[in-house]
Design a protein around this ligand. Structure first.
Ligand code: URA
Length: 426
């Protein structure tokens, strides 16, 4: 077999067969195929796409490049959940404990944030003592004890994806639906839960900018998972606006705790209850309406919060944050942006707010950057709200930046509003 023939075939839109895809993936992972040849093939995929069969074969070859976890010793049905990520997306921290409280097991490997989107691992590491790097045995034991655990991606899973993803980042070949599908699904299949819920986000704050693109990605990911023998459902959700009111690592943990305490019943809570119900339905716990009821009861009874607290403690973290807000890290500096006149909020650009939060220290530009756990933004509104003159629109927090001018300008520009006469406020 010859790598130039393989590149030529994809360049000419001729489908590759299993042996050719395995040759390419194994050859690149072991170092036999150089970056420049793999880059040429990746660009051909970006321009010409892959068939669904090729996408499946690529996913399986990448899955098989490393370990596949054996979750057989987990005591019940396992359900994994993946969100394609966005600004303020703390859903895992709510739906994991809520689903576990309803009798399913949620073993989860998550990533760190890069650019304007956050990562669950950074959020959890803002809890004092929380360890995200555990052995497989520790991870499995926590899942058995509480029903829920989140750790960082193990280096032994999907080494092919690690190498290919880094190359895609450096060669402008990230935005290809078959490549994104193979990258995400190879890791999901290597984690090897019985069921997989995929939450594909679209909008300014997400990777997929249009609903149409998100639907295409959702469809191929679901088809690939099912062809690999998993129960899978993919849903498409709107990420044009941040999810909830908090953006930034410890600020988001605090908001997740508020939702688990039943203190917050807005859009974030509603989306989380729907997603939890999707997970329960996949696991055969009932029809959708019954599962929504179970999810809400898990929160209202306090069981979901107790699971979150116990999981934090088993990871070495300080579970008292579930009772005492003063234990969350506090930023040295803060800055309030108020409405200069009576306004109605029309929309908020999630990506711009994510960028403002990054400028405050809550995110990374490069993978090796440190982040500031307490930094971020708390919003005081959702789209459609009316705010009176001088009332706060949002508060910015940072440890590293005492001059908020630039971040505040960016955050303010993210809001689209219309001015109101004072009578229109009521
Ligand atoms: N997340 C991944 O893990 N891979 C992609 O290609 C895109 C997002």
């Amino acid at each position: 077999m010859n790598v130039i023939d393989i590149i030529n075939k994809t360049k000419r839109k001729e489908p590759l067969v299993r042996d050719e895809i395995e040759y390419l993936v194994n050859g690149y992972t072991s170092g036999g195929i150089p970056d420049y040849q793999m880059s040429a093939w990746l660009m051909a995929v970006c321009l010409n796409g892959l068939t669904d069969e090729e996408t499946l074969l690529l996913t399986l070859a990448m899955r098989d490049s490393g370990d596949i976890l054996d979750l057989g010793e987990v005591k019940g049905i396992t359900v994994d959940k993946h969100s394609t990520g966005g600004v303020g997306d703390k859903t895992t921290l709510i739906i994991g404990p809520a689903a576990a409280a309803c009798g399913v097991y949620v073993p989860k490997m998550s990533g760190r944030g890069l650019g304007h989107t956050g990562g669950t691992i950074d959020k959890l590491e803002s809890i004092s003592g929380y360890r995200t790097e555990l052995s497989f045995e520790e991870f499995r034991d926590i899942v058995n004890q509480t029903g829920f655990s989140v750790i960082s991606q193990s280096g032994s899973l999907c080494p092919a994806d690690k190498k290919i993803y880094a190359l895609r980042n450096a060669t402008a070949t990230v935005d290809s639906i078959p490549l994104i599908c193979a990258s995400i699904m190879s890791k999901k299949l290597a984690l090897n839960a019985d069921c997989i819920l995929l939450d594909v986000k679209w909008g300014t704050g997400a990777f997929m900018k249009t609903r149409e693109e998100a639907e295409k990605l959702a469809a191929i990911m679901e088809k690939t998972a099912k062809a690999a023998g998993k129960k899978c459902r993919a849903v498409v959700t709107d990420m044009n606006e941040p999810l909830g009111f908090a953006i930034g690592n410890s600020l988001e943990i605090r908001e997740a705790v508020d939702v688990l305490k039943g203190r917050s019943k807005g859009r974030l809570y509603r989306i989380c209850m729907e997603l939890t119900a999707d997970m329960l339905e996949l696991a055969g716990k009932g029809n959708h309406d019954e599962c929504v009821k179970m999810a809400k009861e898990a929160v209202a009874s306090g069981r979901a919060l107790e699971i979150f607290r116990k999981t934090i403690e088993l990871h070495g973290g300080d579970g008292r944050i579930c009772d005492d807000d003063s234990l969350f890290p506090k930023a040295k500096y803060s800055h309030v942006i108020s409405a200069s006149r009576d306004v109605e909020i029309i929309s908020v650009d999630a990506e711009e707010l994510g960028m403002a939060s990054l400028m405050l220290g809550a995110g990374r530009v490069c993978k090796s950057d440190d982040i500031d756990s307490a930094a971020g933004i708390i919003l005081e509104f959702e789209a459609g709200d009316k705010i009176s003159m001088d009332a706060p629109l949002m508060t910015l927090y940072s440890d590293v930046c005492s001059d908020f001018h630039e971040a505040a300008m960016r955050a303010y520009k993210a809001i689209k509003f219309r001015y109101l006469t004072s009578r229109a406020l009521t």
